[in-house]
Design a binder for this molecule. Structure first.
Ligand SMILES: [Zn+2]
Ligand SMILES: [Zn+2]
Length: 412
């Protein structure tokens, strides 16, 4: 029995991931990611017959996480191919879509960590890992005596125990592994989420004014970092609507740092129910939030507010009601995200009204040392770098195993 690996796209670039794994009888796809700005037109789709066009030629599509570079093309998968993803992945993707007044465009079956899915003669085992997308799965793909591990996007700097993950993973025949940070220089090292939280607490102790955490709603771990820092600082925690929708979809559990569906939004904090530029279409959902008015929420400066780009326009009203004297604006987004004109204008504006503007960000991706630890742990016979602009970094393993830089129908 052999497993054949074909990296359809996303080996020598960061994102746009589409991976095919097959046997004689079964063909599966892992991730159907979009390139930036792709996927708005069907005609711009990559040519993958049987996946995006024609009769279905695949038995399943598995999705590692909800970032669009891994699932942005899912809505174009032809009818008749089952789609599998974690429930949190779907719930968060649905919340993001509904916020924009859209439907997700696919209806998946749900998978769970540690519960294998059998498709023909292939078994896929989801393994929960830490990434800036909540509920990200690595996949152990197995057929006969062959095993392939797909690392998805992962890191060791989140709140999950990386050693425990390594203990869970067996040795494998091939490792498909991401290398996002490997083009960021040999000294690339990122703080952990816990270090960010501690830094936020220290910073808040020096300020009496309001605090805003400018973040991506999809970054659930950062919402939790903001929440914990607010609690430790004795401040009220406030979310804008999109943050609250995503936190609810993830089932934020504020005690265990694990996210479960059983906790309600009331546990998390106040939600400022604004229409945020009119994009929040489904007003029925707004009623389930313990929402407070902006007037009440911002009447005293002892708050930490999670603010998404989607709320920027509406936020200008707040700055009229609440002085930012001795306030803080934490930048909790990637550098290229804050270079966008609207964001950089907002940051300049906040500086002009007196807010200190520290960075509160860390990468969602593994550094070289963490990738080394994964490789040493699973001892692959073949390494297939993906999601990277510096695959040459893996040349250091060429004496120990095969490194496949252009993976077309490699047979394990
Ligand atoms: Zn990615
Ligand atoms: Zn990702």
């Amino acid at each position: 029995m052999t497993l054949r690996i074909n990296i359809i796209r996303g080996q020598d670039q960061i994102g746009g991931s589409i991976i095919e794994i097959s046997t004689e009888n079964t063909r599966i796809i892992i991730d159907a990611g979009a390139d930036p700005d792709e996927g708005k037109l069907r005609s711009s789709l990559p040519k993958v017959p049987g996946l995006f066009s024609g009769e279905p030629a695949y038995d399943a599509v598995f999705v590692s996480h909800y970032h669009s570079d891994h699932m942005g093309l899912l809505k174009y998968v032809v009818d008749g191919i089952p789609i599998y993803m974690g429930k949190e992945t779907y719930d968060i993707a649905r919340a993001m879509s509904e916020y924009k007044g859209r439907k997700p465009g696919f209806s998946p079956s749900f998978i769970e960590a540690g519960v294998p899915v059998i498709v023909g003669d292939i078994t896929v085992m989801p393994v929960l890992c830490d990434h800036s997308a909540f509920g990200t799965f690595m996949f152990l793909v197995q057929s006969g005596d062959k095993t392939v591990l797909y690392s998805a996007d992962f890191r060791s700097t989140g709140r999950m125990d990386f050693n425990a993950l390594l203990e869970e993973l067996p040795e494998v025949d091939a490792l498909i592994v991401e290398g996002t940070t490997l083009s960021r220089g040999p000294d690339f090292h990122e703080p952990s989420e816990q270090e960010l939280e501690d830094f936020a607490v220290e910073t808040l102790a020096k300020h009496k004014g309001p605090a805003v955490v400018y973040l991506s709603a999809k970054n659930v771990d950062r919402i939790l970092t903001a929440h914990n820092a607010a609690q430790r600082s004795g401040r009220r925690f406030i979310m804008d609507e999109l943050t609250a929708l995503v936190a609810e979809a993830a089932g934020l559990d504020i005690d265990g740092h694990v996210l479960r569906a059983s906790h309600s939004l009331a546990d998390l904090g106040e939600v400022v129910a604004t229409s945020v530029g009119g994009t929040f279409k489904d007003n029925r959902r707004a009623s389930v939030f313990p929402a407070v008015s902006e007037r009440k929420a911002f009447s005293s400066p002892d708050f930490v507010l999670c603010l998404t780009p989607q709320s920027l326009i509406n936020f200008q009203k707040v700055t009229r009601r609440s002085s930012f004297k001795d306030g803080v604006l934490f930048i909790a987004r990637r550098e290229n995200a804050i270079l966008k004109p609207a964001a950089s204008a907002f940051i300049s504006f906040m500086k002009s009204i007196g807010a200190e503007v520290p960075v509160l960000h860390t990468s969602g991706h593994a550094d070289g040392g963490t990738i080394d630890r994964l490789i040493r742990d699973v001892r692959p016979s073949a390494i297939i770098p993906v999601h990277t602009e510096n695959a040459d970094w893996f040349a250091r393993y060429e004496d120990e195993c095969l490194v496949i830089y252009d993976c077309r129908d490699y047979e394990v």
